[in-house]
Design a protein around this ligand. Structure first.
Ligand code: NAD
Length: 347
């Protein structure tokens, strides 16, 4: 792959490569856009089988962050970093310090945070080298676990979808299938259960599943059967790419609205959900509460502002649904267009 042509095709501003011999750090930082503000996005540590795959991933992920921040109404651009290596075997504090120095060299153009393979502890090590990091522990003055805020945004998003698709404002008696009762899924179940929603839940972690059944009076469903559940809303809160040709034809819900990232499989036709009359809440819009929470450390937003911005996800989705109906395009494409308009308007 040719880095420059790949960057140009997705409009990236800069890509930085870092190597530290002493610690073995091999990292790539991609700054997609700083039009709306510094490029914020997590650091993923993954055992990529080639540098090319690492580069492709960081280019794709950093671009996604630009769109997410734009639709969340934040004064932030999009960036992302990848560290090549196995986080369970290769990671050391020295490596994280070397990475922190690399971030520091960019002088605030890029702000890092946690992602797959990096932890709150890693962020506090990076913090010893640079201030340009979020997601540091509460004890260091950070915003802590973003999952409750993410779940609150997903709950608001489900409300917006129900109003749009079912023309009702109450969730009482609604049937919702939640896939994955991890951090986000658990808090989401809490919000929904408190509003009288009947929950159908699944997780590959049986212990977690049974705990949620007990806590929320939910019905447990097998990991594969969740797609066939007779529900109003399907809320993916586990893995990416769960909306593919096989699953979309099985989904009986008229709404798909959940917290997972990258829910649409890459080869799924753009209008596959729309053709089946399923209203889709674009993942990066409905799950932006985590970014809103994590970025509050850098943007000096109070707790009240974080919650207000998260609750605004309801109105952002309303706007997407309206424009999508007017322009006759799927909601995720409409969302991309609205994000691009916000960025272009700021240039
Ligand atoms: P998590 O790891 O705490 O939870 C994921 C849960 O899904 C786990 O309980 C796991 O056992 C379960 N799971 C995995 N594979 C499954 C399968 N095949 N079927 C059913 N369950 C399965 O993660 P999380 O922090 O709750 O995040 C969930 C999703 O939301 C991820 O896609 C994440 O990228 C996205 N997200 C999270 C946040 C956040 O604030 N945590 C913010 C934005 C997006």
């Amino acid at each position: 792959m040719h880095t420059l042509s790949e960057m140009m095709s997705k409009n990236h501003e800069r890509v930085y490569f870092g190597y530290d011999k002493a610690s073995g750090l091999k990292a790539i930082i991609a700054v997609h856009s700083t039009v709306l503000g510094p490029a914020l996005g997590g650091t993923r540590m993954w055992d990529y089988s080639s540098e090319e795959l690492a580069l492709q991933d960081v280019l794709r992920l950093s671009r996604g962050m630009t769109y997410k921040a734009a639709m969340a109404g934040l004064a932030l651009g999009g960036g992302k970093a990848v560290i090549i290596g196995d986080s369970t075997k290769d990671k050391t504090d020295d490596m994280m310090r070397a990475f922190g120095r690399m971030v520091e060299e960019l002088d605030g153009k890029y702000i890092t945070a946690e992602d797959v393979g990096t932890t709150e502890h890693d962020m506090s090590v990076i913090y010893s080298q640079t201030r340009h990091v979020t997601g540091i522990p509460k004890s260091f003055g950070g915003s802590g676990d973003p999952s409750p805020v993410t779940a609150r945004g997903v709950y608001q998003g489900i409300r917006a979808c129900v109003k749009e698709s079912m023309r009702v404002t109450s969730l009482d008696g609604l049937r919702v299938a939640v896939q994955g009762i991890g951090n986000v899924g658990w808090y989401l179940c809490g919000y929904l259960h408190a509003r009288g929603v009947k929950l159908f839940i699944t997780d590959i972690n049986e212990y977690r599943l049974q705990a949620a059944v007990k806590q929320f009076g939910a019905t447990a469903v097998g990991p594969d059967e969740i797609y066939d559940a007779d529900v109003d809303v399907f809320a993916p809160c586990a893995l990416g790419a769960v909306l593919n040709d096989n699953t979309v034809s099985r989904i009986r819900a008229r709404i798909v609205a959940g917290g997972a990232n990258n829910q649409l499989a890459p080869d799924l036709a753009d209008d596959a959900l729309m053709r089946r009359g399923i209203l889709y809440a674009p993942d990066y819009v409905i799950n932006a509460g985590g970014l809103i929470s994590a970025s509050s450390e850098k943007l000096n937003h109070s707790n009240r502002e974080v919650l207000e911005k998260t609750d605004n996800i309801y109105y952002t989705l309303e706007r997407i649904f309206k424009s999508s109906a007017v322009e006759g395009v799927p909601t995720h494409i409409m969302s991309d267009r609205l994000a691009e308009r916000r960025i272009q308007g700021a240039v």
